[in-house]
Design a protein around this ligand. Structure first.
Ligand code: FEO
Length: 393
């Protein structure tokens, strides 16, 4: 148990070994943490639990530190299994325990655990007195699931924001003023890019609502990673910026290649972008981590995607990346396709169509080269890069 502020304590678990999250979808090379909290007031409230591999450690610690029989209620801010994984065992020990959650939270818990426990559903503005502190509930649908909710601890002035404002970042330290700032903001932005991008409109509205509530927020304590106590509103400001079509003056060139024809095209296109003074990243999609690729796309004004044609289609690493790009619903970005081929040469058209479906603005019909590019072909690719850079100005 670690005191966060006044009567609010961290009772979570640090997962130093975690290398991937959401199946293999999100690479977590800095591990993560599952931040559950305990409010020790006249009533004792537990906020969220942890992922099931850690449920025994979590419940044993709670039993030792406070005694499970002394917990008066649990708040489930979000029922995804990384936060509700110890719930069934807790309720098995304490079948009467009231579970405060949103109506969607109840549905989600029932969907995962199929048991009709003592649910107390709450809405935005509902509150619950613990003694000195009052819990105030703020629904936060699609930040990032329909059931998501924030709990504000009035008295200790701590906002328990669940996934919002978090990072997959294990650290021996707890607070934002104790860690490397570059690492912290990189992980926070990676988390936003990969998890919250599709819900940017809801993020903007929720932040406006949160600001309108005029809560005195001394600490923002998310359910993953580092807790914001030094100027905690800075992460809210960052979210506002990231949710508002955030982009830097740079481009990502993504490619996969069979016999290096498409690779040579990618390099020449990159030279063309550079000649126009545009920063770019050149990423082989089968050799780079998807989570990092999504972060690079999030930061970019535009993307260029290249694949060799194979069996009238595209290479599988490019197909997988395009599927992920579609899901993240990036906005206000330009795109074009390129690729080498031997005889049929469909890759450029297929990529352009998928990018258009993903709502990228396609700036031209793309560029194709038959077999290995000649010097003249590479010159054309450089010009293609020049023109793409000009289209972004
Ligand atoms: Fe950290 Fe949406 O679970």
């Amino acid at each position: 148990m670690f005191q966060i502020k006044d009567q609010v304590y961290w009772v979570g678990v640090k997962d130093w070994e975690l290398q991937s999250f959401h199946g293999e979808e999100y690479t977590t090379n800095k591990g993560s943490s599952y931040n559950a909290y305990l409010i020790k007031d006249e009533k004792i409230a537990l906020i969220d639990t942890v992922w099931h591999p850690f449920k025994k450690e979590f419940l044993d610690n709670l039993e030792k530190e406070i005694g499970l029989e002394n917990i008066d209620l649990i708040v489930v801010n979000h029922a995804e299994p990384d936060h509700s994984g110890a719930l069934a065992d807790l309720i098995s020990a304490r079948p009467d325990l009231p579970i405060y959650c949103t109506a969607k939270g109840r549905d989600t818990i029932l969907g995962h655990y199929h048991q009709d426990w003592n649910f107390q559903t709450v809405k935005t503005g509902d509150s619950l007195s613990l003694g000195k502190n009052e819990l105030v509930f703020v629904e936060a649908p699609m930040l990032h699931w329909p059931d998501s909710m924030f709990t504000y601890v009035q008295g200790s002035n701590v906002l328990l924001s669940n996934d919002a404002f978090g990072q997959h970042y294990a650290s021996s330290e707890f607070f934002n003023d104790q860690v490397n700032q570059c690492e912290l903001f990189l992980e926070a932005m990676k988390y936003y890019a990969n998890i919250l991008t599709p819900f940017s409109l809801q993020v903007t509205r929720k932040i406006e609502q949160l600001i309108g509530l005029n809560l005195a927020i001394d600490v923002i304590a998310p359910s993953h990673g580092i807790i914001w106590r030094d100027n905690p509103l800075q992460i809210i400001e960052k979210y506002k910026e990231w949710a508002n079509n955030y982009q830097e003056n740079r481009v990502v060139v993504l490619y996969d290649t069979m016999w290096e024809g498409t690779k040579k095209m990618a390099e020449a296109i990159g030279r063309g972008l550079g000649q126009e003074g545009l920063a770019y990243s050149l990423l082989h999609t089968a050799k780079n981590d998807n989570t990092q690729i999504m972060l690079e796309i999030f930061k970019a004004k535009g993307i260029l995607v290249g694949s060799s044609t194979i069996n009238n289609g595209i290479l599988t690493s490019i197909a997988a990346i395009l599927e992920e790009i579609k899901g993240l619903k990036f906005k206000n970005k330009k795109a074009a396709a390129f690729g080498s081929y031997g005889w049929s040469g469909e890759s450029v058209k297929i990529i352009s169509n998928i990018l258009a479906e993903a709502k990228f603005e396609i700036v031209n019909e793309g560029i194709r080269v038959k077999y290995t590019p000649t010097e003249e072909d590479l010159k054309m690719c450089e010009e293609f890069g020049n023109n793409f850079a000009k289209a972004l100005k």
